[in-house]
Write a protein that binds this ligand. Structure first.
Ligand SMILES: [Zn+2]
Length: 134
């Protein structure tokens, strides 16, 4: 995977979700298609951070199951996980890196303070990929 693509309207939804949940982290599950080396996001499923923490996030099993079922019904795949960092840069924390091993999809992080999106994949090591907005 080399690039993740989102529309500007999906970007707006995610920024809004992150701002509303600040100072806690927010999260979302992103549906779409993987086209060669490009993950194309088509829809976002806004999830609740049940930890209500400014430095961690957890999505409930119920919401995870519902998200996967919704994606399947819409004939899409879960291609990325989104979460926000309210007060730090859009770089994976050590906890994020640990969970990237469990969820090997594209990880998109939005820094509320820096107003910046950055995306990563785990490929032996954590690698940053391009985040594109159309
Ligand atoms: Zn994080």
């Amino acid at each position: 995977m080399q690039k993740v693509t989102l529309t500007k309207s999906l970007k707006k939804i995610l920024v809004n979700h992150a701002r509303i949940n600040s100072p806690n982290e927010s999260s979302a599950i992103l549906f779409g298609v993987n086209n060669n080396d490009n993950a194309i996001v088509k829809e976002v499923y806004l999830a609740e951070n049940i930890e209500k923490s400014p430095v961690r996030f957890t999505i409930s099993n119920e919401q995870l199951i519902d998200a996967y079922r919704t994606a399947e019904r819409k004939k899409m795949d879960v291609i990325a996980i989104f979460h926000s960092h309210p007060a730090s840069s859009a770089v994976p924390s050590s906890t994020d890196k640990k969970f990237m091993k469990v969820n090997p999809v594209v990880w998109i992080i939005y820094s509320v303070s820096a107003e910046e999106f950055r995306s990563y994949v785990l490929d032996n090591e954590v690698q940053e990929i391009l985040t594109e907005f159309l």
